[in-house]
Ligand binder design. Sequence first.
Ligand code: ATP
Length: 254
Amino acid sequence: METKKAIISVKDLVKKYDDFVAVQGLSFEVYEHEIFGLLGPNGAGKTTTLEIIETLRAKTSGEIIVDGFSVDKQPQDIKQIIGVQLQAAGYYPNLNLIELIELFAGLYGANIKPMEMLEKVNLQDKAKAKYKALSGGQKQRFSIATTLINQPKIIFLDEPTTGLDPQARRNLWDLIKEIRDAGTTVVITTHYMDEAEQLCDRVAFVERGQIIALDTPDNLIDQLVNSGFERKKEVKKANLEDVFINLTGQEWRE
Ligand SMILES: Nc1ncnc2c1ncn2[C@@H]1O[C@H](COP(=O)(O)OP(=O)(O)OP(=O)(O)O)[C@@H](O)[C@H]1O
């Protein structure tokens, strides 16, 4: 990666829920134009951390700067330059995709062409469909399109490929890489390590509210191998997912 300018800077972030310390002094930076992954077990504090950066949740202490704006002093400025995936429940059931995009654009005061947004995520053929009529992969692509409506500098995706089949996941990886290549910084959480390895430029492992490792996937794997780690079983040249893709093809399905 050539440019290493931090677009998000988190310093000593602490979040307590009553006596329970969910985030225990996290510090990290996200660089401009990278896909940054927050990984870790259930309950590690990933969503809490993301929601504090997104200005949706109050922190207990620490300092967060997003593109030069402070979460304490300039949350409205941060909201203008980020895109956050909404939960499905937020979509009006009787509107079609074009109408939903128009609605969100109106809320943001964004001047965009709805069809162009749908083309970005390969949903132009579904412009007149209702959200509930979409497949799982299409729903995820639509919700990613909604994060792009205000032409944000950073988008946040919380487990975007959970529940998708292998083709739909790979298609979504391509889409997320395209979004990064077009200049948007992407912050993602995932429980799939193959996804993090394929997709993320850098990853941070969070465990009990603390960062226990942060680097490129390649460096983290090399460090483990250099420490003498070896897989117990000899790895085959393909896995069952390769068989799936080989049998069913790579094209868009839904
Ligand atoms: N509103 C809340 N009140 C009390 N405790 C909470 C609240 N929200 C989260 N927690 C607790 O904080 C901890 C971190 O939760 P968080 O959702 O941030 O984890 P996560 O890493 O995103 O997990 P997952 O991978 O399951 O999404 C958990 O122990 C959770 O139970």
